[in-house]
Design a protein around this ligand. Structure first.
Ligand code: G3P
Length: 217
């Protein structure tokens, strides 16, 4: 499973890119608005330069297929690794069908069910963003939905990749890997938490202490 960072914060993304284990970036309008990015094209191009080999998702805001197609055609000119993020809806799926027929990579987002993912896969979505945390937030089992989507994608040989999104804590990352999600997109704070385990910290301290004691004999 690949790890992407779910962020529009250039500092976070730059720090994450230095770890050498982050393969892409997902943004969304809320993340961009939170950072107050007025010149979105410039920010997305900077993000694309920070992770030049990885997909960078930029989301459409249009409401019709025609509007989303025009937006996506523009996004695709910003950098070769821009993926057009399309919110799941009837117009969005029409747009994804056009994008897939015109060699523009897509990320269908705000997917909460197997049937939504089935429609996205049939439209040729490159990525399908299944939201885990928001399902958990309403008492449903978000990871189980990811598993069901992965299972049908593999069973029927669709080329779409399942991207576990709306990750709320490190356990979601482990669970997404356990159900064979292709990608998990993770907030930077949670990426940092993935590294930490108290037994590792105490183990390193003990190794160093024992060695120091030995070498002072
Ligand atoms: O990319 C999707 C992700 O940003 C949504 O996460 O926490 O707003 O549900 P969240």
């Amino acid at each position: 499973m690949e790890l992407y960072i779910d962020s529009a914060d250039l500092t976070e993304i730059e720090e994450a890119s230095k770890l050498g284990v982050i393969s892409g970036v997902t943004t969304n309008p809320s993340l961009l608005a939170k950072k107050g990015h007025g010149n979105v094209q410039s920010v997305i191009q900077k993000i694309c330069s920070l992770i030049p080999e990885g997909p960078v998702s930029m989301e459409c805001l249009g409401t019709t297929a025609e509007e989303m197609i025009e937006e996506g055609k523009q996004f695709a000119t910003w950098a070769p690794n821009v993926y057009v993020k399309v919110p799941f809806c009837i117009e969005g799926i029409k747009a994804v069908k056009w994008f897939s027929a015109n060699a523009i990579k897509t990320n269908v987002t705000l997917v909460f069910s197997v049937n939504q993912a089935l429609l996205a896969a049939n439209a040729g979505a490159t990525f399908i963003s299944a939201f885990v945390g928001r399902l958990d937030d309403i008492g449903q089992d978000g990871i189980a939905v990811v598993k069901d989507i992965v299972d049908f994608i593999d069973c029927h040989g669709f080329s779409s990749q399942v991207l576990a999104a709306s990750i709320r804590h490190p356990l979601h990352v482990a669970q997404a890997a356990a159900v064979s999600a292709h990608i998990a997109t993770v907030p930077y704070k949670i990426i940092q938490q993935l590294y930490h385990h108290p037994l590792t910290v105490s183990g390193i301290q003990q190794f160093n202490s024992d060695w120091q004691t030995f070498t002072k004999q």
